[in-house]
Design a protein around this ligand. Sequence first.
Ligand code: SAH
Ligand code: SF4
Length: 367
Amino acid sequence: MPDIKSLTREELEIQFKEWDEPVYRVTQLLEWLYIRRVTSWDAMSNLPKPLREKLRADFSLRTLELVRKQGSRDTTQKFLWKLNDGSFIESVLIPANPALYGEASDRHTLCISTQVGCAYGCKFCASGLEGWKRNLAPNEIVEQILAVERWHVAQPKSESLEPAENRIVNNIVVMGMGEPLANYDNLLKALKILNAPWGGGIGARKITISTSGLVPQIRKLAEEPLQFRLAISLHGATDDVRNKIMPVNKKYPLKELAAACDYYQQKKGRMIALEYILISGVNDSVEQAKPLAVLAKKLFAKVNLIPYNKVEGLLWERPPEDVCENFLNALEKQKTIATLRREKGHDIDAACGQLRLKTEKELAATR
Ligand code: SAH
Ligand code: SF4
């Protein structure tokens, strides 16, 4: 049975027409789903009962169950969700002005997952460790935003606020578990729903898709009418380094990847971002800053340097701070636009997949 949150407004209108229901009922339904974020058909009190019964008979109305949360209210928070089949996925909520600066923040970025596990097996990544289990359906991608906002509304401080005033996710980064472009159709449908004025209402320019470098899908994404931002998980500026840590590079080597990025950049006229995690002794020597700068210049891209987050059970290490700073300096000397993530306490942040792995292991131990 399809889930109601996997349908676009147009699809719902066709269904309602078949049922001889007026179009304004679709508007009412969408308000219940995306503004009030209700979790049951019975809560949709202004829809006539027979219509609710028809909806119940033909569609599921699934929600995510929060099983674990890490982090405090005003800093980065990691949510572990249980899906209907018992799988776990993660989302990470990142405030725009961390509590570090003493301000409460109402602007947040949510990092969302697109698959259970990942088939791409990058050597440093927790998400790929146990392989790929399945793609997320559009509603499971959309629900991550709604479930976080539902959780937010339920917080004591928010009690007096209307749900609509409690939209706290203004940016989305598709950088959680899974390779988003390997779940292309479901991802695009979910992002359309999250972008639409009748849905999430989040601007396409506030949505960043991160990929390990699936060349055909990058080209396909370039043809989409919506102006999503693109981030490439580069992590190595030569085939040698990339081959060592990212098996995907054997299929789509740097030259092909760069050509696809170039195409995306030309089509969209937008700057892309090259993500570069610094891993001790692997890709952090200043000599490697040179090919990276050349590539970034060629693609009009900026570089985001991210010191590696240690993953339990893996041998890779984060380089010392001065090594990271030197790498940044070397890039800047070559006139590359680059940033280095310096905040401390980000250990629960970028390395999506770790909380799930930990929970799966604990569950296995109790079985
Ligand atoms: N599969 C997609 C999106 C999910 S991974 C991709 O690879 O782009 C999101 C980002 O987190 C990627 O840049 C990935 O390389 C990075 N990442 C994975 N494990 C990490 C770790 N332990 N520390 C820091 N970044 C990590
Ligand atoms: Fe998959 Fe991205 Fe992790 Fe690579 S870095 S294993 S593509 S989630």
